[in-house]
Design a protein around this ligand. Structure first.
Ligand code: GDP
Ligand code: ZN
Length: 461
């Protein structure tokens, strides 16, 4: 484990780029207060009490030029986000003044923070564990209230405590096993084997409980990849526009990639839908020749949920049948749209074609039946768990992967004991389980992993 206690002082703009009412430049490290004070005209920041905020001006000490009118918050170690001294300079929003202040701080001894470095320090200084660090990122990207609640639970350390206790239990047993081996008078293999078996079964059950939450956890965190498909003119854009209307649309900026990708999300009853290929839907509107089916095929591959729209005012076409056939194996919602017009397709007709789902009869134009679509999305994904807000949900692939590896190790413990393998071999598998769980919280995580994990954060966090 890393055990560095002294770090240089880092600085970054902690508010999103662009114009705003205020921007915040943040400094953290041993010299944070000293450096801020060098460029601040107002009270002597090195003398002020911790957790106080001060009015003043940022002045370039070499040119004596005044850069901005600011409020500077001074927070001394250890009760800060990073557990280091922190100064936050609230300046007037705007790209140029904010960047000038940052440049000035860099010229006076601070180093530009790497993405996620503030949070990384909070982790390295022992204020938070890895699951909490990850939840900071999840919180920033939370798409619905529920997603936020899950991230907050994790930030509170609920997952950390759970894992921590599992590890404690395992190490208690391992210590006991060690004692039994070291003192031959107690060396009753049978007793030792029983102890290990009981613990392995118990921990395995708890890991399985956690893994069972993963599907919902992942949907809340990453969104449910959803494709709205159907041949031209059935009402896809109308449905999309309905879903995107008002404050339901969430456009997130996916950081950490070389090119920022914009993803469109809609919040449907707490389920964040990540809409796939909406560009495709928008685009085809303008084209004389619409390429409905071809485009739909492409969107299908990455989707967790298909919303297949049919125009019930026209007889079922060959294209419709093809789409019904293509999506047979996928989780889907079938909408019989344009119910305001005389109906040429009935639910019974679809059933005769082998469609097992009940289609939803709707008129997007008249706003009829869409509530049923939203309700269906919600029940499809949150069936039993929607009210259990306090649950610990595992939500990211790293955590899921490690839990699975821990479970595999426990399976080896169990099968080894059943096969009467020597206790010291079984002990190794139990130790592996303990290590894998430790990687989840970071108590036992390799440095590269930590570096890689924090590099996914946005700048200034
Ligand atoms: P897309 O090509 O599948 O995206 O279909 P659009 O959403 O662009 O809709 C095609 C046409 O159908 C437009 O003129 C819409 O106004 C119309 N439309 C969409 N939904 C309904 C509906 O429920 N009833 C009726 N009567 N017309 C609809
Ligand atoms: Zn359209």
């Amino acid at each position: 484990m890393l055990s560095v206690t002294e770090y240089d002082t880092i600085a970054a703009i902690s508010t999103p780029p662009g114009e705003g009412a205020i921007s915040i430049v943040r400094l953290s490290g041993e010299d944070a207060i000293k450096i801020a004070n060098q460029v601040f005209r107002g009270k002597n920041l090195t003398k002020v009490a911790s957790h106080t905020i001060h009015y003043g001006h940022i002045i370039d000490p070499t040119t004596k030029q005044e850069l901005d009118e600011v409020m500077a918050s001074v927070m001394r170690t250890p009760k800060t986000f990073t557990r280091e001294d922190i100064v936050e300079i609230n300046c007037h929003g705007g790209i140029v003044p904010t960047n000038k202040i940052l440049q000035l701080l860099l010229a006076n001894g601070a180093r530009l923070a790497e993405p996620g470095e503030f949070t990384k320090r909070a982790f390295l200084n022992g204020r938070i564990d890895l699951t909490q660090a990850e939840s900071v990122m999840d919180l920033i990207r939370a798409k619905t209230d529920r997603s936020m609640q899950v991230a907050l639970n994790q930030l509170d350390g609920n997952l950390q405590h759970l894992i921590h206790h599992l590890r404690q239990d395992i190490s208690d047993v391992l210590v006991q096993v060690e004692v039994n081996i070291d003192y031959p008078e107690y060396d009753e293999d049978e007793v030792t084997a029983k102890l290990l078996m009981e613990k392995a079964i118990e921990v395995k059950a708890r890991i399985q409980q956690l893994l069972a939450t993963a599907q919902q956890g992942k949907i809340l965190r990453d969104g449910l990849a959803t494709a709205i498909i159907g041949r031209p003119n059935v009402g896809k854009s109308s449905l999309l526009n309905y879903l995107l209307q008002e404050d339901k649309a969430i456009v997130t900026d996916v950081a950490g990639t070389t090119r920022d990708v914009l993803e469109e999300y809609v919040n449907v009853q707490g389920v964040p839908l990540k809409l796939i290929d909406t560009a495709g839907i928008h685009e085809t509107d303008d084209k004389v020749e619409k390429i409905g089916v071809e485009r739909s095929k492409k969107a299908l591959s990455g989707a967790d949920l298909i919303i297949l729209v049919l125009d019930a005012s026209e007889p079922l076409t060959a294209e419709d049948r093809e789409l019904l056939e293509m999506t047979r194996e996928q989780k889907r919602i079938i909408i019989l749209n344009k119910s305001d017009l005389p109906q040429k397709i009935s639910p019974e007709q679809l059933a005769r074609l082998g469609v097992t789902e009940d289609p939803i009869v709707a008129s997007v134009k008249d706003n009829q039946g869409i509530a049923a679509v939203e309700q269906e999305i919600k029940t499809l994904f949150f069936g039993g768990i929607e009210n259990r807000q306090q649950d610990v949900l595992v939500s990211n692939n790293r955590q899921i992967g490690l839990l699975e590896q821990a479970e595999v190790a426990l399976d080896s413990v169990i099968s080894g004991l059943n096969a009467n393998m020597p206790i010291d071999l079984v002990q190794i598998d139990m130790t592996t389980c303990w290590e894998k769980l430790g990687e989840i919280t970071g108590e036992n995580a390799p440095d590269e992993l930590i570096t890689q994990l924090f590099s996914q954060f946005c700048l200034g966090k």
